[in-house]
Write a protein that binds this ligand. Structure first.
Ligand SMILES: C[S@@+](CC[C@H](N)C(=O)[O-])C[C@H]1O[C@@H](n2cnc3c(N)ncnc32)[C@H](O)[C@@H]1O
Length: 239
């Protein structure tokens, strides 16, 4: 498959890094590298956009491919995600990055949008609600991807709901192969997993247990203990 060369990742990251959110540079790079596989005119779907930090990375690459990004986010209310004002920030950040024509906002819950969805996808990024039931449903979007299509899951092996969903629907099923991760951002591909692919998932479980322990310590306001025992710095959950 022929691709036109995309401009550097660095330029996209400089824009994205000014937007608040939960994506590290290494994770942005993994999103970028997998998005480079998208063919000209292709379609990427992001579940959970918040203020647009990851959307801008995907959108910058998509623009070069004449591809499009569909960003699915209902902009839930509450202290963490911020509701309506967050939607306004998302729209402003996309406009400032010149990505409004490239990114289509679907302001709805992924679980509500999925049943009527019919367009083929070339890239799927899952970072919406992190409970077991939503993640299980979000994995069903993979049916719209071709063989070997990339599926990226944020907070994989750092959230109880997401990891349980991965164990049930990936470890014990035959549709997705686990490849690698950048922090909590895990890359899967559509395809039948080998025993080694499944073993790689099991190999992440000690890291998952470590992350859950850190989260418990943070909830108990024992941040210094999380730092001493696990080297975790800052007030946020591991991601
Ligand atoms: C962790 S944030 C996403 C962060 C974003 N990807 C970034 O790079 O900063 C999670 C987002 O998921 C959204 N969300 C919650 N439930 C959702 C659902 N069922 N479908 C889609 N998005 C959802 C929230 O409104 C929130 O904006």
């Amino acid at each position: 498959m022929q691709h036109r060369a995309a401009p550097g990742f660095q330029a996209a990251w400089e824009v994205a890094d000014r937007i608040p959110g939960w994506l590290t540079e290494a994770q942005a790079r993994l999103l970028w590298e997998t998005a480079e596989e998208v063919p000209d005119g292709g379609l990427l779907l992001e579940i959970g956009s918040h203020q647009g930090r990851s959307t801008v990375v995907l959108g910058a690459l998509a623009r070069e491919r004449d591809a499009r990004v569909v960003a699915v986010d209902p902009f839930v209310d509450g202290r963490l995600f911020g509701g309506r004002p967050t939607r306004e920030k998302f729209e402003r950040h996309l406009a400032e990055a010149g990505l409004t024509p490239t990114v289509e906002l679907l302001a709805d819950y992924s679980t509500r949008a999925r049943p009527s969805w019919s367009r083929p996808l070339d890239h799927l990024y899952i970072d919406g609600k992190h409970d077991y039931w939503t993640l299980s449903d979000d994995l069903r979007w993979t049916r719209h991807l071709r063989d070997r299509g990339p599926v990226l899951v944020h907070d994989c092996f750092s959230s109880i709901g997401v990891t349980l969903g991965i164990l049930v629907h990936v470890l014990f099923s035959g549709r997705l192969r686990y490849e690698r991760r950048a922090g909590s951002l895990a890359l899967f591909r559509v395809g039948r997993p080998s025993l080694r692919d499944r073993a790689r998932i099991l190999g992440e479980l000690p890291w998952w247990i470590r992350n859950v322990a850190v989260k418990v310590l943070l909830r108990l306001r024992l941040r210094p203990v999380a730092r001493v025992l696990f080297g975790h710095r800052g007030p946020y959950d591991p991601y």
